[in-house]
Write a protein that binds this ligand. Structure first.
Ligand code: BMA
Length: 778
């Protein structure tokens, strides 16, 4: 369904009122301030052009001051960048048209993070939350001719440390990340992407910048800041209604009429409105009187403001969106009810009345520098998820609330999104200032995102209930109640309450993992949030044999599980040099941010596979990368299949699994991690009667290949003279995607497609293609 906020029909409506002799269309003027700014560091020794939206690291790289931050050990070498303070400056000239407007706002869609804004040398305001949009009223500060706009940014590392120092009453753990992550401390004291201070799969790049758009918005009387809508279904009356929320910024008190109509569905309502000066949020409900067809409908939305002898008509569109906002009708319920033959409660999603098994993965930030996340990257990753038969992704709470396009694509592709709030693996302060900025963040994000049908659940945090319950931070027993009180205050009394006020169309869960309703019974921190009889579970075991499904918890919903692997050599090569290419190199251990991760991969691999034994060191390295991927693919496959089977089983009181979201879909940089996108499974499958290392008669296959150009892609046909397990295809640095690049070759011939993302040729592909299979490594 399409919610189309537009002006069509306004003239009829206005004439029909018959009162006004003059009417005019009110227009907001927008001056885009994106583009080239100047950037300088605190002592002025560096002065360079910088793109906005953007960040300091990207600007330094684009201007040649630093090389690729992902290269070798640069995450550590470039630590100085985020220890310095930086200033962004731009100039602009005021147009005559703009200067006569009653109100002018300076709008920042996102400042990363601790900033002071000044215009023509006069302080305008401060920022301290990367996840908030800020606007400042600046009409009186603007002058004819050139205006100078500056944003000073404090080092996020120093700011977090200052905040920590000021918090003297008790410790808010963790103080620092584990040493193996080579990260920065006290990230929980700053409202910023938590993984930007390092994570167990990612580097420490505490970014600073104007990471979203900057503009002036000028208007008379009023403007629409945001429009959002959610459909609600009333079972008792079998009726849909659409709740529409308008966030209006009025210059002065304004009275008038608002008409909302959906002609295709024969629904129209008129409301008397009254806006006080400043920002007002108004909610309106339209009842849908006809049976819904799944065709788009337009919502016409017109406000007329009464002035003596005149009628002002407002074209209601919110500033950021060029396209009409859309609304789709669907219901979502999270069902937690008794299960026959099993203690505890079910935990599954019912969409449009149907129980749905969520198959998918977890989403982390796509890049350390968000300005480098292009629409193509998002489209490609999300399409890849769909092509791998996923129907759900969890936007994990240590990253960012994704950009609008992410959710738009999910809406289009039918990907269901489990949306965390951005709190992860930590306790958080609860001082008034901190709570205040979190409240603003939550309201803004829910208002921005709630129109997206793809989001099926809000979730308060990642693993913080578990961290408290299972005492990750060695909190003395006597102090536990205080931490639990803080936890409840932040996630329940504030976030949960706000979200539920803002959005009644989808469920809210306080944490993940959690026992859900049972956690609530236990005061929001369950004794064992990993209880498989309730809620969702995160489960990791690197040492136990992953081919043995008996080691996995038969949970109601597996929202995280996974195994690490190394990326392929073609991924690592551009960020490393020859001396790095061995499993024991400094580079190999530097990139591993998970304690003992490299060792664990080898031990897990050795349970079922021969380890590479080539004498050539490079071949041995690339074979090792390959075999860790084979291991990972098998482990994730085994565990995922276990959860799929458990959907229809109750064994020893456990089962009815209704979700399997493995950790993790994507990577942030070129390093070992849990990420993978495995391929379409089914309806065929295979079963090994023994470990491949014990298999008799496996011959080294002779695989020949023929690449051909087709209309829309290249086809790659392999011919093998014997069975070839775990065939792995790689085309080096030619960007693109195989329809399948890892498979068992059990027939003589197999053809896969390759979609190239830049022009290439049969000759280049043939020359770049490497084929590895299991018998090549020993
Ligand atoms: C989880 C996540 C992340 C982490 C991953 C792998 O528990 O929530 O914090 O990166 O495990 O260790």
């Amino acid at each position: 369904m399409l919610l189309h906020v537009r002006l069509s029909g306004w003239a009829c409506w206005c004439l029909f009122s018959g009162v006004f002799s003059v009417f005019s269309l009110q227009q907001r003027l927008t001056v885009n301030l994106n583009g080239k700014w100047r950037l300088s560091n605190s002592n002025g020794s560096l002065l360079l052009p910088a793109q906005v939206p953007g960040c300091v690291h990207s600007a330094l790289q684009q201007q040649g001051y630093i090389t690729d931050p992902y290269f070798r050990f640069n995450d550590v070498s470039y630590r100085w960048i985020a220890l310095d303070n930086w200033t962004y400056t731009t100039t602009f000239t005021l147009s005559a048209e703009l200067s006569v407007k009653q109100k002018v706002l300076l709008v920042f869609d996102g400042v990363d993070t601790v900033g002071s804004v000044s215009l023509n040398g006069i302080a305008v305001g401060k920022t301290n939350n990367m996840f908030c949009r800020h606007d400042f009223s600046v009409k009186d500060l603007l002058k004819d001719g050139e205006n100078v706009l500056q944003v000073g940014l404090l080092s996020p590392i120093l700011y977090a440390s200052e905040q920590r120092k000021a918090h003297t009453s008790y410790v808010v753990p963790p103080e620092c990340p584990p040493g193996v992550q080579k990260g920065e401390c006290h990230v929980n004291f700053i409202r910023k992407e938590q993984s930007s201070f390092s994570w167990d799969w990612g580097p420490s790049f505490p970014t600073m910048g104007l990471w979203k758009g900057v503009r002036l918005e000028a208007f008379d009387i009023l403007q629409l800041v945001q429009v959002s809508s959610v459909p609600l279904y009333n079972d008792a009356f079998s009726q849909w209604r659409v709740q529409i929320e308008l966030l209006i910024d009025a210059v002065q008190t304004a009275r008038g009429q608002l008409t909302l109509s959906i002609p295709e569905l024969d629904s129209e309502q008129t409301f008397q409105t009254h806006f006080n000066p400043g920002k007002t949020k108004s909610n309106f409900t339209i009842l849908i009187n006809t049976v819904l067809e799944m065709t788009p409908v337009s919502l016409l939305c017109v406000i007329s403001i009464t002035r003596p002898r005149s009628c002002f008509i407002f074209f209601l569109h919110s500033g950021q969106s060029e396209y009409p906002p859309q609304v789709y009708f669907r219901t979502v319920e999270l069902i937690q009810e008794p299960v026959v033959g099993s203690p505890g409660l079910s935990f599954y999603f019912r969409i449009n009345g149907k129980p749905i098994f969520l198959k998918g993965s977890n989403w982390i930030p796509v890049h350390s520098f968000q300005d480098q996340v292009t629409p193509d990257v998002l489209k490609n990753l999300l399409q890849s998820a769909v092509d791998a038969n996923m129907n759900a992704l969890r936007v994990w709470g240590g990253g960012v609330y994704e950009q609008d396009l992410f959710y738009e694509i999910c809406d289009e592709l039918g990907i269901m999104v489990w949306q965390d709030f951005m709190f992860a693996c930590a306790m958080y302060p609860t001082e008034t200032d901190f709570i205040q900025t979190v409240r603003e963040e939550v309201v803004q994000q829910v208002q921005r995102l709630k129109s997206h049908p793809s989001i099926i659940i809000w979730s308060g945090n990642n693993e913080n209930e578990a961290a408290l319950a299972t005492d990750w931070f060695d909190i003395p027993a006597s102090q536990r109640p205080k931490y639990i009180r803080d936890y409840v205050m932040l996630y329940v009394d504030n976030i949960k309450k706000l979200v539920q006020e803002e959005d009644q169309s989808r469920p809210f869960l306080v944490s993940s993992p959690t026992n859900g309703a049972e956690s609530e019974q236990e005061g929001w921190v369950a004794e064992n949030p990993y209880d498989p009889h309730y809620g969702d579970v995160h489960f990791y075991s690197y040492i136990l044999d992953c081919w043995d499904w008996r080691t996995f918890p038969r949970t109601r919903f597996a929202s995280e599980y996974g195994f690490q692997s190394w990326p392929s050599f073609s991924t690592l090569q551009p960020v490393s040099i020859k001396e790095d290419w061995s499993y024991g190199s400094n580079f190999t251990s530097h990139r591993q941010h998970h304690e003992d991760g490299n060792q664990q991969m080898i031990l897990q691999t050795a349970l079922h596979f021969h380890l590479p034994n080539a004498t050539d060191p490079l071949k041995r390295f690339t074979d090792t990368l390959y075999i860790t991927q084979v291991m990972q693919a098998q482990c994730v496959k085994t565990q995922t299949e276990f959860y799929r089977r458990s959907r229809s089983e109750i064994i020893e009181g456990k089962g009815h699994t209704m979700g399997a979201l493995y950790w993790q879909l994507n990577d942030i940089w070129q390093a070992p991690s849990w990420s993978s996108i495995g391929d379409q499974q089914g309806p065929t499958n295979y079963h090994f009667l023994c470990s491949p290392k014990d298999a008799q008669g496996l011959r080294r296959p002779n695989i020949t290949v023929k690449v051909e150009e087709k209309k829309t892609c290249f086809s790659v046909t392999l011919h093998s003279d014997s069975v070839a397990p775990f065939v792995w295809l790689d085309v080096g640095n030619i960007p693109g995607r195989f329809s399948s690049n890892g498979f068992l070759m059990v027939s003589r011939n197999r053809t896969v497609d390759f979609n190239a993302w830049r022009p290439t040729s049969v000759a280049e592909l043939t020359a770049s293609l490497t084929i590895t299979s299991l018998r090549d490594i020993y």
